[in-house]
Design a protein. Structure first.
Length: 170
């Protein structure tokens, strides 16, 4: 694998607090749904239904610390991806949730001050390989961690499965 560049631009749909667990992202009562694309219908259903109703493709979710804590279920990351979320930016992530995002091709960006450095509606530019976030609306930089080049490659490919299919088809 050799990582390249991955730049995204989008608006912040919502800013959430600390400890947004996988039950808040995707309620456990829907774990029997096997079509991952249908998980989007239940994104934030119990706690933030207004986000689910308003999310537009490519928009970003920003949160404080420990996003994706709780159960290690992949459905929470899938619900975000298939709802069209362009990236999740948080002060920190639960480890398995972070890996699930990368494996599904959903950018997960660690930026400890992002929740304080932007507002809902702000336009952001992300350079995942360089670890740079620019708040275009407020004309300010937001410190973030670079994604590993291998993670950038997986995200660019559309996730681990798409990456492996391409690799083994060649």
């Amino acid at each position: 694998m050799s990582g390249g560049s991955l730049k995204l631009r989008g608006a912040v749909r919502a800013i959430l607090g600390d400890n947004i667990d996988t039950d808040i992202i995707y309620p456990g009562r829907y774990l029997n749904i096997t079509d991952r694309e249908l998980t989007a219908e239940h994104l934030f259903e119990l706690s933030y239904p207004e986000i689910r109703a308003a999310i537009r493709p490519g928009e970003f979710i920003v949160a404080r610390r420990n996003f994706g804590c709780g159960s290690s279920r992949e459905q929470a990351a899938a619900a975000l991806k298939f709802a069209g979320v362009g990236a999740v930016i948080a002060g920190s992530f639960a480890r398995i949730f972070y890996r699930n995002c990368i494996n599904l091709g959903l950018p997960a960006v660690i930026a400890p001050d992002a929740a304080l450095a932007c507002a809902a509606g702000d336009e952001l530019e992300l350079d995942l390989a360089a670890g740079e976030i620019r708040n275009v609306t407020q004309d300010r930089a937001i410190a973030s961690a670079r994604l590993d080049p291998r993670a950038v490659e997986l995200i660019t490919a559309g996730g681990l499965i798409a990456y492996l299919k391409r690799k083994h088809a060649a």
